[in-house]
Design a protein around this ligand. Structure first.
Ligand SMILES: C[S@@+](CC[C@H](N)C(=O)[O-])C[C@H]1O[C@@H](n2cnc3c(N)ncnc32)[C@H](O)[C@@H]1O
Length: 320
């Protein structure tokens, strides 16, 4: 089993150079097709020479009915990093669709322009491009994730971005889930994927793939409506005090697996973070996380600290 050790190390060392596979992008974005018609899409952490996000939108421009595709490339300060950004300056690029009828983005159809700065998504010229976008789609640098998401919220943008599930717990991020301003997308099979990278892969031999790093706990954050978030989780377990003990330090019962949420309990329940993948705001209310709500910042059962929990309550209590 691979762990997210590689990602945590990457985060600490600001190793942000790993690239998303086209198949993972296709797997998620097929659920959002209707949202793209007539829209300007921005990929703002994407070197078009290597980004499969750029490739996906350029090659599907007509099929999705896009109006405009903008991509900005970050000029790397470190020439040893995988992207090998040898260009002296960062660039931005605009694609307005196929003009010669071959339904393929040709070099002369793609407008490449220099940026004044390094292409940092926070720079005024990149913010000016952000303002022109309807939907932002990318895998942003995990080391700057809080700032990246905050900027999308500040400018009121729609987005589909790759995130690590640990980010759900961030104190700046969870309130967005509570207010139903963001939610999880369809996700990666098994909540893990391989990213194209030169970093050392910590995956075991059986799951190792050359030139790739396996990252577990990856997911998609979005604020575009998708059928998934209206699907109801079928509950079948009934509450007993023995099966669902109360925490030592918070008035709520502990539920070890999302599938085992009791159908007849009306109070607050602590559930694993994987619950967020099944969260339907019409069925459940988010109360908070164990980090922010519980004394000592973590759940305790019979004196023993257990894993972080999301605190929830069922909405439709009288229907079961
Ligand atoms: C996880 S990689 C993903 C790259 C690409 N979006 C993809 O999915 O294949 C994050 C990218 O963000 C870029 N990046 C790092 N800091 C940035 C910044 N401040 N502004 C814009 N891009 C940045 C990195 O160079 C890196 O290529």
């Amino acid at each position: 089993m691979a762990s997210n050790k590689g990602l945590n190390q990457a985060n600490k060392q600001k190793k942000d150079e790993f690239y998303t596979q086209l198949s993972d992008i296709e797997h998620e974005l097929r659920h959002y097709r209707a949202h793209f018609r007539g829209k300007t899409v921005l990929c703002n952490c994407d070197d078009p020479r290597v980004s499969n996000f750029f490739r996906y939108f350029a090659f599907n421009f007509e099929a999705l009915g896009l109006r405009r595709l903008i991509t900005t490339c970050y000029k790397n300060q470190d020439p040893d990093l995988f992207s090998m950004n040898t260009c002296e300056r960062a660039i931005w690029l605009e694609y307005l669709g196929d003009t010669n009828g071959n339904r393929v983005p040709d070099p002369d159809e793609i407008g490449i322009r220099p940026l004044q700065g390094d292409g940092d998504f926070r720079s005024p010229e990149c913010v000016a491009l952000l303002k022109q976008a309807d939907i932002v789609v990318t895998n942003p640098p995990f080391s700057l994730f809080r700032e990246y998401l905050a900027q999308l919220i500040e400018y009121g943008k729609k987005f589909i971005i790759i995130a690590h599930q640990n980010a759900i717990h961030y104190k700046e991020v969870f309130p967005l889930f509570m207010r139903n301003e963001i939610w999880l997308g369809y996700g990666f099979p098994g909540n893990a994927s391989f990213f194209i990278s030169k970093y050392e892969d910590v995956a075991t031999a059986s799951s190792h793939r050359e030139g790739m790093i396996r990252v577990s706990g990856v997911t998609w954050f979005t604020n575009l409506d998708i059928p998934k978030r209206h699907e109801e989780l079928i509950l079948y377990k009934t509450y007993t005090p023995d099966d669902y003990p109360e925490y030592d330090n918070y008035r709520a019962i502990n539920v070890n697996k999302t599938a085992e949420i009791p159908m007849d309990y009306g109070g607050i329940m602590g559930v694993p973070i994987t619950f967020m993948d099944k969260y339907n705001p019409e069925q459940f209310e988010l109360i908070g996380t164990s980090t922010t709500e519980m004394a000592r910042g973590a759940p305790y059962l019979n004196g023993k600290r257990i894993y972080e929990r999301i605190l929830i309550r069922r909405r439709k209590q009288d229907e079961n």
